[in-house]
Design a protein around this ligand. Structure first.
Ligand SMILES: *Cc1c(COP(=O)(O)O)cnc(C)c1O
Length: 343
């Protein structure tokens, strides 16, 4: 029907700005008080380290409104710990995990009015940047930093239909360098962008799975999982890729359901064989939760999972729904993943 809201494109993820942000800056490397401010341009010196030498890391997590109206953040401890870890690997001043958690809570409370009802959520974007005004510090860390926590109301990532994704496999280039694989740094995205953009324009791919030497790492922004009714298989944690909270949550739910979980070395040939056998391939990350992959392009080969070709990916759907049920407090929170921040 013309004019039906279904025909409208969903608001792009991450473009809606919540009214408030939380900011803390260091003095002599020590973080000062958290300040709730209107979301507005930041006062930054053009000599700031981050603009020249890439001293920036971030996080992405969500606060969900439950059926009871209360708002809960999903696994903020994991995200806070990972931000502190990223900061230390970038040689930035490292905020206390407690400070990061307080900043996350403060930003949700300041924006409670705009936390959407399910399936929407409030996406939180903590950001840490080096602010030393020194363009000569190419080989020196920034001694001062700014922590900013932004918020953005988001809808269902798959409001537009949730068609299975097409991924291209990159078998030569890595996504990033070994020393930055598990750091959530903007620089990693800059490195993956050229390969991802070329795959999009030349092969119509939505994402690239980086698998240098034929060994699977992850995509530019999500972890890779192979799913079958009683089995989940994924690369074992190492320094080459980002240790996703969604990955960990899905594996935990799979174990709770009695599924076998295998974390080991995963080759591109094994991914292709898994799909040929009717298995499912999914990408895990906070924004999309768990997204089904229907088609994998490896060199000149185009492999489509027989299951997904039929528009049917039951294991992906079941695990995705189980995780969302916990996030939205419709299922028991067995592992204490939710932190209630309602006043
Ligand atoms: C953020 C991110 C993920 C997903 O991590 P989650 O904690 O599940 O959101 C995966 N890979 C990369 C490269 C990332 O930056």
């Amino acid at each position: 029907m013309v004019g039906s809201t279904d025909a409208q494109p969903a608001t792009p993820f991450g473009t809606v700005v919540a009214p408030h942000m939380v900011v803390a800056t260091t003095v002599d490397g020590v973080f000062g008080a958290l300040e709730v401010q209107p979301t507005a341009p930041l006062p930054m010196h053009p000599f700031a380290h981050v603009f020249h030498y890439g001293s920036a890391c971030f996080e992405g997590l969500k606060a969900h409104r439950g059926a009871d109206g209360r708002v809960r953040i999903f696994r903020p401890d994991r995200h806070a710990t990972r931000l502190a870890d990223s900061a230390s690997r970038l040689l930035l001043p490292v905020p206390d995990v407690a400070t990061i958690l307080s900043a996350m809570t403060a930003v949700v409370r300041a924006n409670l009015d705009v936390v959407p009802d399910p399936p929407g959520s409030l996406y939180l974007r903590p950001l840490l940047v080096g602010v030393d005004p020194n363009i000569g510090a190419a080989a020196a860390p920034s001694r001062e930093a700014m922590l900013v926590v932004l918020a953005s109301p988001v809808g269902d990532y798959f409001a537009a239909g949730g068609r299975p994704l097409k991924v291209a496999v990159e078998t030569v280039l890595p996504r990033t360098t070994p020393q930055f694989g598990r750091v959530k740094a903007g620089a990693n995205y800059a490195m993956a962008l050229g390969v991802t953009d070329a795959a999009r324009t030349r092969r119509g791919a939505d994402q690239v799975v980086f698998a240098p030497g034929g060994v699977v790492q992850e995509t530019g922004a999500a972890n890779v999982l192979l799913l079958a009714p009683d089995h989940v298989r994924t690369p074992a944690l190492d320094d080459g890729f980002l240790h996703g909270v969604t990955r960990d949550s899905v594996l935990t739910i799979a174990r709770d359901r009695g599924m076998t979980v295998t974390e080991d070395r995963l080759t591109v040939d094994e991914v292709v064989a898994w799909l040929d056998d009717g298995g499912e391939l999914a990408l895990a990350g906070t924004a999309a939760v768990l997204a089904a992959v229907g088609t994998v392009v490896v060199g000149d080969r185009v492999v489509t999972s027989p299951t997904t070709r039929a528009g049917f990916h039951p294991v992906t759907s079941a695990l995705r729904n189980a995780l969302i049920d916990v996030q939205q407090a419709r299922a028991p929170d067995r592992h204490h993943w939710l932190v209630d921040v309602s006043p």
